[in-house]
Design a protein around this ligand. Sequence first.
Ligand SMILES: [Zn+2]
Length: 630
Amino acid sequence: MVKILDEILKYLPEEKISDAGFEGANIVLYTKDKDFFLNNERTIKKIVNKIKKRIELRPDPSVCLDMELTKKEINKIITKEANIDNIIFDPQRSIVIIEAEKPGLAIGKGGSNLKNIRKKTLWIPIIKRKPALRSELIENIRAVLYKNSDYRRKFLNKVGEKIYSGWSSSKKEEWIRVSFLGGARQVGRSSIFLQTPESKVLIDCGIDIASEDHAYPYLEAPEFNIKELDAVIISHSHLDHSGFLPYLFKYGYKGPVYCTSPTRDVMSLLQLDVVKIARAEGKEPIYTSEEIKEMVKHTITLDFEEVTDITPDVRITLYNAGHILGSSMVHLHIGNGLHNILYTGDMKFTKSVLLSPASTKFPRLETLMMESTYGGKDNTLPSKRETNNYLKTVIVDTIKRKGKVLLPVLGSGRAQDIIVLIEELYRKKHIGRDISVYIDGMVWDITAIHTAYPEFLNSRIRNQIFHKDNNPFLAEIFKRVGSSKERKQVIEETKPCVILATSGMLVGGPSVEYLKNLGDGKRNSLVFTCYQGQGSLGRRIQRGQRDLTFRKGQKQEIMELKMEVHKLEMSDHADRRELVNFVSRLNPRPRKIIINHGENSRCLDLASSLHKMMRVETQCPRNLDAVRII
Ligand SMILES: [Zn+2]
């Protein structure tokens, strides 16, 4: 048995504990003694204070009430208004999962319903929200997890054994080293490899969707060996941070992936789309849905500010990054107080339509690794109000001249901001009720995922969602486009309309389909809503290219782009001012700043400015550079 369990059991009456194990970094004990289970709080708390690890006591599965009777009991305790949708048992862990439309009501005041269920049934209830918009993806992910609960239990135990195997070991020489496998002096294929004497951790594993030749991170770097990898952390779901992750599972990785729940769900959806687009283009996808399923089976989700050990000497906490739903900054506490690193991932430092600004307060911080997408001197974005007015003008004008508005979007992030803004235009009667807003497949699915996790949104939207009549995502002007047949109908429709579709950079996906068909219409408008990567069709159009070639079957076809081209100067990313502002507000102030995730000149520019302003050491590594932190 792992040492730490021996240590814990010393403090407990031996006959009361029937089993002990791990669920990731959490320690789980089982007991057959009903009274001990219901009245253990002080005993367990004492041990937690001593060991400083999370410990949970559960009833032994053999003493739990029969499942059918438990179901009846749950339906008696929880009011009908909570709208229970599903009750699922995980018998080996004595856990019952209750999916409800109104989790607050299901939990009861101060958790009273949960306490009651524990007492009456000896099951541990966990409440999950049923999304207001049906999400097939969330249903599938939950099904994969429930179906593989036996495998999950063994997997989580193994993860825990590995984390605690180095527990209380004698002090070794300490060092920290990070290698940049992608996303250094570039936007795309973000991947950072962190090494300490006891850990090998990969932070992000993205693809560069705009690049054909250099799309993947440098996993062939000599220091990287997939067999030795202990853990992966994903900051957020965008493909330039998560798109290559299933590939690791294809090549034998079986360890944990840490991220927030919305990140797990949205990245699965985006990765499934990578497979779909490759197949549609007649290419062999780099991985299949099987590997995405493997990834889901190995993902451990964390809430913001939930602290967890991931290896013997690395403890992580995810903080809100303000970029997209579930996007996080990763705080790494290394070597029992030796050093603290914050990796921002992609971030935003103003309150957006949907999210709160990135966090700035940390228990400790010595090294900051930050993005610089808009880090150049003159990369300032106009105010939210200016952009909203611009969007409004383009939509209203285009509709007036009976045109269609095409908004290529990233799927996650700006798309949902725009949906909320359009709903406002409609509510304030700037556009008529007869105007449809078409939301193409994946954007719709991601919007549905937003309705499952309102706790990750800012307070304004959260309040709107909790009062269903005001949930902007449920407005009736929004119509789902789910198939190519429906897409054709939208294209052929004579009435003006608004269309949101992926990809945001016009690299494959339905947005390109719409462009092919609407591009030569003078009355139509094309509105870019996100950063256009180097090499993408979007970037070429932005630069003025108007003769576009598309492949139609075996033939190449040329189209002259006649639709109005607009660019929404609005971003999920912090602009130059926000980035500087963020650093100056950081508490505590870092001693060293490493800049990545930006074009070459922007990285260098931000690094030199921050160095002058803050008098801290700054660095701009290139891909394949390794930096020794300590
Ligand atoms: Zn991003």
